[in-house]
Design a protein around this ligand. Structure first.
Ligand SMILES: [Zn+2]
Length: 279
């Protein structure tokens, strides 16, 4: 049967002589594995269609689990995401997480648009730690593991001073704190970011300037959550860690300088993220 769909390449591996197998995230069919014959040949017009991060229109025959590319058209190659170190590192992390966390036939229209918006934001040079942090929250939700942030995940109480507990399922109130002594104490600004990320559509990602300390705490919370609930070992994570560490060692803080201009929702209420004076 011939299928035709838009898709973003979230995985691309060599296959036999000159061929590639790609995994597409599509809005209608979830993840699709497709063989692209001759993709590695120099003059192949399908070369870019088989490259990681490419967004395109794909037509393929599929009878079993793997499809076979019939024709296709590149809609956006996201070439800038393949240049330098930072773009590829963050974009590869988003791709790999999507590939590993989402089941094959899970219809994923919303996530597809979020990934496309994530890649667009990275290509535009928006703060990659914020962009990917927000996207990671989308993957958690799509995989069925969104943290509870507005009431205690253990008893349902609303509280002023939650801790963040991966084991308990998100916010943990003062009374329930003994249930997870390792729960993280996060500043108000980081809680706000988590709530914004949970509710935000990345297509409307706005102007969020966040200090390095907050970004680190945010990343720690998201990773603890990922390790507890998804339990996947991402190859791209090691490279990302090295890159971030290298940036710190060099005293070079490219990430801090950026701000995201935008059309964020006026009710997003992120003022608090600035409270710590880390902006
Ligand atoms: Zn509680």
């Amino acid at each position: 049967m011939l299928y035709r769909t838009e898709g973003i390449v979230i995985r691309s591996t060599d296959y036999g002589e000159g061929n590639k197998i790609i995994t597409l995230l599509t809005p209608t069919f979830g993840k699709q594995g497709i063989v692209v014959r001759g993709a590695k040949k120099l003059k192949s017009r399908y070369g870019v269609l088989a490259q990681l991060f490419t967004y395109g229109d794909y037509a393929y025959y599929r009878t079993g689990t793997l499809g076979s590319l019939n024709s296709g058209e590149v809609l956006e190659s996201f070439q800038t995401l393949r240049q330098g170190l930072e773009g590829p590192a963050y974009a590869a992390y988003a791709s790999e997480l999507t590939d590993r966390a989402i089941n094959d036939d899970e219809a994923a229209a919303y996530l597809f648009h979020q990934l496309k918006a994530c890649q667009t934001a990275l290509a535009e040079g928006k703060d990659p730690q914020i962009v990917v942090g927000a996207y990671v929250m989308k993957v958690f939700a799509a995989a069925g593991y969104a943290p509870m942030l507005d009431e205690c995940a253990s008893c349902g109480r609303t509280d002023e001073s939650y801790r963040f507990s991966s084991i308990a399922g998100g916010a943990l109130c003062r009374l329930c704190r003994p249930k997870d002594p390792a729960a993280l104490e996060l500043p108000g600004g980081v809680w706000k970011l988590l709530r914004i990320f949970a509710g935000m559509d990345l297509r409307r990602l706005g102007s969020i300037a966040v200090g390095d300390t907050s970004k680190k705490q945010l990343q720690l919370a998201l990773r603890k959550w990922m390790d507890t609930h998804l339990n996947i070992n991402l190859k791209s994570r090691g490279f990302l860690d090295q890159l971030e560490k290298y940036g710190e060692l060099m005293g070079h803080r490219p990430l801090e300088q950026r701000s995201i201009e935008s059309a964020r929702k006026p009710d997003a209420g992120i003022g608090g993220a600035d409270d710590e004076g880390t902006v």
